[in-house]
Design a protein. Structure first.
Lengths: 84, 268
């Protein structure tokens, strides 16, 4: 998994959620909901980031707790959607 | 400290009352703003900020009225009976009400999200002292897509918790948005919304964007381009209309009140 993709995802998450942490301090495998208290409103912000900053077209079946739980899983989702 | 008053006032539109809170300055109320709500969940999240804005405007000597569109909040009528043109009519009525019944000589509109888009559309038709747009909806289709995504996320989280799942988007023919059942017809109207220019607006315009970078976006720049009396600013403010908890919007309110007190004048 490209490290720069994960770094971009972390920057997007910190910026869109106004988190008071440095992007590099987010562990790749940290559960975002448990670690940062991410709720449905925050998840929506992440979805907007994926759509408007990463250019993804998300379908109904892309929405799963597993896909949005960590930076690792988000990176997998981005790669999978980019591969089409 | 200037004494201000805050009181509920109403005005009928086609037999249905528009109700809202008026913020009255201590002295003469020569100038004022009608505050135009966003929609559904965004309306709930923005309630506190718009109330604070109303009080800040009154403290600065301006009258303000923050009302509910027909079919929403405290106003009369059933939600399903109204559409966007009805709410634009509500804005026109609110401006007339401010002038004719409240003695406000110079009236402007301030709208957030959907309220901003409706206010910009109405501003092309009525004589206004100023127009303030806080993060107006520029692309209705995108807005509706985001509404559906939010609904899908809620559905996903509810299912993960093992709770009874709400109806997924579209299954009931409409969409539950913060307790409002948005009909396919209204979704269609929302989808068709486009705000790409303010060319027909003659009043001074302030567009405010709220984001983490404090930079005006390209669509924001495009919106004000070609309108000599329009300017765009960006502030580092969380999207409070999407948040459940408190968000510091003091900078947004201070910037807005300062501009409205002297719209169109150069500001630092």
């Amino acid at each position: 998994m490209p490290e720069d993709l994960k770094a971009q995802l972390k920057s997007m998450i910190v910026e869109r959620l106004f988190l008071k942490v440095k992007p590099e301090d987010i562990a790749d495998g940290a559960n975002l909901m448990e670690t940062y208290g991410i709720d449905s409103v925050n998840l929506f912000e992440i979805v907007c980031g994926l759509v408007y900053e990463f250019g993804l077209m998300l379908a109904e079946e892309d929405f799963s707790i597993e896909a949005f739980s960590t930076v690792d899983s988000l990176a997998e989702l981005v790669e999978r959607k980019r591969e089409g | 400290m200037t004494a201000i008053r805050q009181e509920p006032v109403s005005r009928e539109v086609a037999g249905t009352p528009l109700r809202g809170m008026a913020y009255q300055p201590a002295g003469e109320r020569r100038r004022g703003l009608v505050l135009c709500d966003p929609f559904a969940e965004e309306k709930k999240s923005a309630q506190s900020t718009l109330g604070t804005l109303g009080r800040a405007l009154a403290a600065a000597g301006l009258w303000a009225w923050h009302f509910d569109y027909r079919g929403t909040g405290d106003s009369g009528g059933e939600f399903a009976e109204f559409g966007l043109e009805d709410w634009r009519a509500d804005l026109r009525t609110a401006v007339d009400f401010a002038r004719a019944d409240c003695g406000v000589e110079s009236v402007g509109l301030l709208g957030l999200r959907l309220g901003g888009t409706l206010a910009a559309q109405v501003a092309a038709e009525v004589d206004l002292a100023c127009l303030v747009l806080w993060e107006p909806l520029l692309d209705g289709a995108r807005y509706v897509r985001e509404i559906r995504q939010r609904s899908t996320i809620k559905h996903m989280l509810t299912a993960a918790e093992g709770a009874p799942a709400p109806a997924p988007p579209g299954e009931s023919g409409g969409l539950d948005m913060g307790g409002y059942l948005v009909t396919p017809a209204l979704l269609g109207e929302l989808s068709a919304l486009r705000l790409t220019a303010l060319a027909e607006v003659s009043a001074p315009v302030l567009l405010v964007e709220c984001n983490a970078r404090g930079q005006v976006t390209e669509p924001g720049r495009a919106l004000v381009a070609g309108t000599p009396r329009a300017e765009a600013r960006a502030l580092v403010v969380e999207p409070f209309w999407q948040r459940v908890g408190l968000v510091d919007t003091s900078g947004l309110i201070a910037t807005t009140v300062e501009w409205v007190a002297n719209p169109g004048a150069p500001h630092a």
